[in-house]
Design a protein around this ligand. Structure first.
Ligand code: 13P
Length: 394
């Protein structure tokens, strides 16, 4: 197993971490109440990483760069700029992202694909070390990709529960401190939702495995924006999904202070004629969905961008931060941070700096938006173009 490459973690320094490894006790202790004291057996999870998880979640619940495209998805992104999907090209692109000067001033965490967690930059420095030097907490995508869900209406399901505990421990040792589990829900699920308990049970178990091994889980059942439905229908599905997810997280005694939530925004379907202003999107998300479903113990709600244009994603986030919220409402965008950056780079070494500037521009705009201070001035026409791709997956 590779040894930890952290120089000084933004969350925990290496000495503290190494010391912690040898001192940690088995991760879960179980307290059983006497039957006369309570009507049923009460199990209380007391993971040895609890304090660290809470600290990590607070640190990361600020601004996340999602750069966890699987090699196949990264290939599609590279293909869009005429590059072959080789390890060298993926490495060049990821190097460009993590070495963007002062990225750490506007990004607090970066979600990596497994290849990147173990990868070095083109100059031979470990990507994890570069992130830590920037003051960015490394995270990891822990699922093992999507497979068709048998008997469903072309739905997919993500694999990866088997062996998750040992993988999580290895990722922690490699420097990851938070993790994303990425199942996708498309519209067909709404009808059969109540029959899909296994889906949520996986969630609960998966998150216990991650927390028991020191990783803050990002709860992300993405509800795809594909569809002609209006915003009310999106809200209906999202309300059902989040009620179930939090029920099973609670049933599994997941530590809510040590998780982050990554929802897709409640908007009209991408193929709908209905349009919603940022104010309406904000109202549907914060008032009608999140405040009714998400406990205030959860430190951060980090939205994905889901194919919205770069500017749309920023405007919607900004609108959600015009009034106080019980959790920090921010971003964990991939496309809405990277799109112009990737196109500006185009694989040309001489365009690296311009591409990094484009990334920083978006990261700064969204940094303002998570404080409700984004004005939208001076945005390019390119940044206003939608990026919706039907059935897009990571
Ligand atoms: P987008 O912001 O491109 O929708 O990415 C979401 C995501 O979950 C990546 O981890």
């Amino acid at each position: 197993m590779a040894s930890a490459s952290l120089k000084s973690s933004p969350v925990l320094d290496k000495l503290e971490w190494v010391k912690g490894q040898s001192l940690r006790q088995p991760s879960v202790s179980v307290v059983r109440c006497h039957p006369t004291a309570a009507p049923s057996t009460l199990t209380i999870r007391a993971a040895s990483y609890s304090d660290e998880l809470v600290k990590t979640a607070k640190t990361v619940a600020s601004r996340i760069l999602a750069m966890d495209e699987s090699n196949a998805t990264c290939g599609k992104r590279l293909d869009s700029i005429g590059l072959e999907n080789t390890e060298a090209n993926r490495q060049a692109y990821r190097t460009l992202l993590v070495t963007a000067p002062e990225l750490g001033k506007c990004i607090s965490g970066a979600i990596l694909f497994e290849e990147t967690l173990y990868q070095s930059t083109v100059d031979g420095e470990k990507i994890v070390d570069v992130l830590v030097k920037q003051g960015i907490v490394p995270g990891i995508k822990v699922d093992k990709g999507l497979v068709p869900l048998p008997g469903s209406n072309n739905e997919s399901w993500c694999q990866g529960l088997d062996g998750l505990a040992s993988r999580a421990a290895a990722y922690y040792q490699q420097g990851a401190r938070f993790a994303q589990w990425y199942p996708i829900l498309a519209w067909g699920w709404a009808e059969t939702l109540m029959d899909l308990r296994c889906f949520y049970i996986d969630f609960g178990l998966g998150f216990c495995n991650m927390q028991d091994n020191g990783l803050v889980p990002i709860v992300e059942p993405e509800i795809l924006l594909d569809g002609e439905n209006g915003i009310d229908r999106t809200l209906e599905v999202a309300q059902k999904v989040w009620a179930e997810v939090f029920f099973y997280l609670a049933e599994n005694n997941v530590l809510f202070e040590g998780i982050l939530l990554k929802p897709s925004m409640v908007t009209p379907g991408a193929e709908s004629k209905e349009k919603a202003s940022p104010e309406k999107v904000a109202d549907y998300n914060t008032v009608s969905l999140l405040k009714r479903r998400i406990p205030p113990a959860v430190p951060g709600i980090m939205f994905l961008s889901g194919g919205q244009s770069e500017v749309e994603a920023t405007l919607n986030l900004n609108a959600m931060n015009q009034a106080p919220n019980p959790w920090h409402v921010s971003f964990s965008y991939a496309r809405a941070l990277q799109n112009t950056c990737l196109e500006t780079w185009g694989g040309r070494p001489e365009s690296v700096k311009a591409a990094q500037d484009a990334l920083i521009l978006r990261a700064k705009a969204n940094s303002l938006a998570q404080l409700g201070k984004y004005t939208g001035e001076g945005e390019s026409a390119e940044a206003k173009e939608g990026m919706f791709v039907k059935g897009y997956t990571y």
